[in-house]
Design a protein around this ligand. Structure first.
Ligand code: AMP
Ligand code: GLY
Length: 420
């Protein structure tokens, strides 16, 4: 079959890598893609947010299956448009993607289905929000309701910080995303991510992961999109995962279906784990980045069969073939990230690293120039390895990094520390 993947990051490189290995794949196109993706698939210059352009491209290229990587095309209704055009699609409708696009919506769903999550209140004006903060005290969490590129959450350790966050949000710092805020109880525990495919009725867990959001070793410094990840997450035991399925995931899927907006795609639940129970921190309506890099290295070619079963509503008859393995990815970023950084530096040594089913360099922000691979973003490479133990996977990933010659890049030296 002919397959189109929308997106351009390490997540999409990992998805393309897994899909490419499945014999069902004839033609594989990624739009817009990056320099690493171009080594295994065709890249198309297509705007993933332009629904008419995406549908037209699918028709012109006889695309049989579309896989949507990032949240923005989902929220823009690309999955609605491709499905309406009769094209098999992996990813939720714009209505269902509200589970990521609106924090208030997700809270209302949790209320309706009884899913455990932080206590909260919603506000559309600053003064009542501030009064609530003064009443509840700190620590407390202030969230812009809408999509804010991962920056719309302020975990305030003091009341003053929380009040300042309210001023920023209603002052327009996050644009329309901050026109409404959710204020939440601060939860303690250990965070982990749970990935579940759902066809709207049935649900199939496909793995767990933990990421490292802070830029510096020891989880210090500013937040980033993620500096590394590993799978499985030891803190998310089978018992806690089963309980999260019963208490959170299945009730959410049932509530979405009951409202006439069934959710089809991957439900990525961020859980706060404490005393044998996970509580929902947030949902994402897409795969995680860089979590997908470790999940795909573990799943391999079967990933396409799983995504197809999800899109075709066959998850009740589908199983994951698990290997007893561990995968770990280290993000290499351009120096300066997550603040300002330079683009265009040349990355050498990539050809010293073999691409195998045990190890892959997934490209995030790269471009090819005169036959050389150059940095073209903040997060640039995802050095990913798989082994029988997490310690071995980590040793292999850092050994791969030693092969690289890229003085303008950096990475954390302690990915996986919490699990090791
Ligand atoms: P979110 O975008 O909702 O995942 O929030 C980003 C990060 O903020 C999460 O990964 C948590 O580390 C933290 N966070 C969000 N909500 C809470 C909460 N209610 N209590 C404690 N930490 C939180
Ligand atoms: N790594 C966090 C995310 O994809 O949202």
């Amino acid at each position: 079959m002919n397959i189109l993947i929308l997106g351009s990051g390490g997540r999409e490189h990992a998805l393309a890598w897994a899909v490419k290995q499945n014999p069902k794949t004839d033609r594989l196109i990624v739009a817009p893609g990056n320099a690493g993706i171009a080594m295994l698939a065709e890249c198309a210059d297509l705007d993933p947010l332009n629904t008419a352009e995406v549908v037209g491209f699918c028709e012109d290229n006889a695309i049989d299956f579309v896989i949507i990587g990032p949240e923005a095309p989902l929220a823009a209704g690309v999955a609605d448009a491709t499905r309406a055009a009769g094209i098999l699609t992996f990813g939720p409708s714009a209505q269902a993607a509200q589970l990521e696009a609106s924090k208030g919506f997700t809270k209302a769903i949790c209320d309706a289905c009884g899913a455990p999550t932080a206590a909260y209140a919603r506000f559309d004006a600053a003064e009542p929000a501030k009064a609530y903060i003064r009443k509840m005290g700190a620590p407390i969490v202030v969230k812009a309701d809408g999509l804010a590129a991962g920056k719309g959450v302020i975990v305030a350790m003091t009341e003053a910080e929380a009040l300042a966050a309210i001023d920023d949000m209603f002052g327009g710092e996050f644009g329309a995303a901050g026109a409404e805020v959710v204020i939440e109880e601060f939860m303690t525990g250990e965070e982990a991510s749970f990935f579940v495919l759902t066809d709207g009725v049935n649900a199939l867990p496909i793995g767990t992961a933990q990421d490292h959001k802070r830029v510096g070793d020891g989880d210090t410094g500013p937040n980033t999109g993620g500096m590394g990840a590993y799978s499985p997450a030891p803190v998310l035991t089978d018992a806690i995962a089963d309980r999260a399925m019963r208490e959170i995931i299945l009730p959410t899927i049932a509530e979405m279906a009951r409202r006439g907006t069934p959710y089809q795609g991957v439900l990525y639940a961020g859980l706060m784990i404490k005393d044998g129970q996970g509580r929902l921190v947030e949902y994402n309506a897409r795969f995680g980045d860089p979590e997908t890099q470790v999940l795909m290295l573990r799943l391999g070619a079967q990933a396409l069969d799983l995504l197809l079963a999800c899109a075709e509503g066959r998850l009740d008859r589908t199983q994951v073939n698990w290997a007893q393995d561990h995968a770990l990815t280290v993000v290499m970023a351009a120096k300066g990230y997550p603040a300002t950084y330079q683009k265009g530096s040349v990355i050498k040594g990539l050809d010293h690293i073999a691409a195998t089913s045990q190890q892959m360099v997934f490209h995030a922000g790269t471009a090819e120039k005169d036959g050389q691979i150059c940095a073209n973003g903040g997060r640039v490479l995802n050095i990913t390895a798989r082994a029988a133990t997490l310690a071995e996977a980590r040793a292999r990933a850092y050994a791969m990094i030693d092969q690289l010659d890229w003085p303008e890049g950096f990475c954390r030296s302690d990915i996986g520390w919490r699990a090791l």
